[in-house]
Design a protein around this ligand. Sequence first.
Ligand code: MF3
Ligand code: CO
Length: 291
Amino acid sequence: MTGKIGRNDPCWCGSGRKYKGCHEAFDQKIARFAEQGHVVPRHDIIKTPAQIAGIKESCKINIAVLDYIEEHIHEGMNTAEIDQIVYDMTTKMGGIPAPLNYKGYPYSVCTSVNDQVCHGFPSKDVVLQSGDIINVDCSTILNGYFSDSSRMFCIGEVSLEKKKLVEVTKECVQKGLEQVKPWGFLGDMGQAVHDHAYANGYTVVREIGGHGVGLAFHEDPWVGYNSKRGTQMLLVPGMIFTIEPMVNMGGVGIYVDDENDWEVYTDDGKPSAQWEIMVLVTEDGHEVLCW
Ligand code: MF3
Ligand code: CO
């Protein structure tokens, strides 16, 4: 990674300082992990302070939209109304809903109800009923910076069984987050998520994971939860990624709706829950940027 940069050349991070007084030691430390066979991050996923500031502005919109949904979601509302709120609020604040037209995705938000695992299409035909659990997954582009987070909501009287799934899934994210620190590994996070879900009798979807985010919607690394402590990508300050496990009450199997190629469901029809946060690796731990 030290590559061709001369010690007196400007640092790759854009600080304007000489490489030797800026990221040289940092790159050497990363190179030692690479020599030991670890997967290490490339410079292009390590964000500069200016980029982080821009990403945080994008996150403010995403958080505000989800806060609004949290206050206004209710039984009898249809999920197309949620889509309209997300579009209107995001654009009013100067942002663009990142899902809209992303790889042909036709809406501004994903709304996944009960046995829908993710990428649920908002629809006026999906009317929220008492007992439903729903994930609302919002993503924003502001000045080219991306944010992405999702929350679960319980509608009306939800069974204890489903409430527990929602709570334990949130705990999974928290337990994963506690593992995020510089010079640790992504697998430390993944194993913590996985272990907590399975200890509660649940399963964690394997095929779909989190992702690096900030300068694009989906960047490296891919973030799975079927990973072991001490494995997967080395975490270094300036990396930003999502933690967004999909936790199933029943079996781990899922399928994609073959009519629209987007909506994902559990094979056994049992409920699935998901929470998503965006986390920055800092010099001494982590900072949650979006939730
Ligand atoms: N927000 C989702 C994620 O967490 C992405 C949805 S893809 C879309 O990665 F096209 F539906 F937006
Ligand atoms: Co995401």
